[in-house]
Design a protein around this ligand. Sequence first.
Ligand SMILES: NC(=O)c1ccc[n+]([C@@H]2O[C@H](COP(=O)([O-])OP(=O)(O)OC[C@H]3O[C@@H](n4cnc5c(N)ncnc54)[C@H](OP(=O)(O)O)[C@@H]3O)[C@@H](O)[C@H]2O)c1
Length: 366
Amino acid sequence: MLTSQIVVYSQHGEPADVLSTHSYEIDDSHIGDNEIIVKTLAAPVNPSDINQIQGVYPSKPEKTTNFGTVEASAPCGNEGLFEIIKVGSKVTDFSIGDWAIPAQVNFGTWRTHALANDSEFLKIPNPSQSKANGKSTGLTINQGATISVNPPTALLMLTHYVKLIPGKDWFIQNGGNSAVGKYAIQISKLLGFNSLSVIRDRPNLQELKDELTSLGATKVITEEENGSKEFGPTIKGWTKETGGEIKLALNCVGGKNSTGVARKLANNGLMLTYGGMSFQPVILPTSLHIFKNITSAGFWVTQLLKQNPELKVETLNQIVEWYEDEKLIDAPSLQTKFDPNGDKPLHELYQEAVINSKQGKQLITF
Ligand SMILES: NC(=O)c1ccc[n+]([C@@H]2O[C@H](COP(=O)([O-])OP(=O)(O)OC[C@H]3O[C@@H](n4cnc5c(N)ncnc54)[C@H](OP(=O)(O)O)[C@@H]3O)[C@@H](O)[C@H]2O)c1
C-alpha cells in the first residue's frame, strides 16, 4: 500500500480557512490494466487555483468521497508535473520514469501521489529522454510543472486569432511583466512579431524595462506613457518604422488600463481579455467600436483546449521544443520542498504559498 497525501476543501472559502490535508491508501499491488500510479514532482499555485477554492471560478472539480473523506471534498490544484512510478499491464503510452502532466484541469495536483487512468495524463519528455533525442538540455522541474497554463496562453493568444505579419506587425499588452506577459514577449520575438508592453511605474522601473528588453521586448512603456496624448506620436513612429500595425491587444488588467491598450489598436483590431487583475470591468469607448471596428473578446485557455485536445498537444509540443532548444525562459518560481515526514502538513505549505503568491509564482516541490 502507498499512502498519498492530498490537499482538499469541503466548503468554499479563503484558502487560509478551508484547506486540509487528507491521507488515503493506494493499493499499488493491484492496479487496473490501463491505470498508472504517479508521484508528484512539483505543483504550483495559480490565481485560478485560489479562485476555485473561493468558489468564484467557473470550472471546478467535483466534490467526492473517493479519497475517503467523511464529507465530500474537492481536490486542489490544476497544474503539476508527475513521474510515472507504476503502469498497468495494458498501458502502452507510459513507462516507469516518464514525466507526465494532467491532460485536463481539475485533476487535483496538490498531492503526493495519484492513481489514474492513463488517458488522464499527457507525456512530456524527461531530461534523459530529451538528451537521448539529441537535445542539449531537458526541461527543468519548474518548466514541466508550469507548462500547461501560462506558456500556451501566450502562444495561443498570439497565433490563434489574428494573423500578425512577422517583422511588421505589433501587439500591445498590459501587465507586461506578468508571467503570461513575459512568455508573450519571448514568443512574439521567436515568431518575429513586435511587442509593446505596458507596465506599472515603480522605483526600479529601468531595471524591469531592461529585464523585459533582455527577454526580447521591442518596446516597454509605463501606464502613464500609454495614457498620455503627448506620447501617442512616439508609438505611431515605432509602428511606422516597421511598416506594420498594432492588430492585437492582450488585456489582463481591465478598467482604464484596458481602454488605454484598446486605443492603440489599428482599425479592425482585436482586444483579447484573459485576466482582470484590477477587478475593474473592461471599459471600451463606443467610438472605438463604431469608427475603428475594434472587437473585444475573451480568452480562456481551459475552454479552448478542452474543445480542442489536438491543439493542446500541438501547443505543448512547441513549448517543449523551445525549452529544449533554450529559446524560451520560464518564469522563475519561489520553490518550497514538502517533507512528508516533517511537522508541516501539505495544506499549510500551500496556505503559505497562497499568501506569498503576491511576491511571485509559488511552486511546491515533492
Ligand atoms: N484566461 C486564461 O486562460 C488565463 C490563463 C493564464 C492566466 N490568466 C490570468 O492572467 C492574469 C495574469 O496571470 P499571471 O500568472 O501571469 O499573473 P502574475 O505573474 O501574478 O502577474 C500579475 C500582473 O498583473 C499586474 N497587476 C496586478 N494588479 C494590477 C492593477 N491593479 N493594475 C495594473 N496591473 C496590475 C501585475 O503588475 P505589477 O508587477 O505592477 O504588480 C503583474 O504584471 C491572472 O488574472 C490569471 O488568472 C488567464
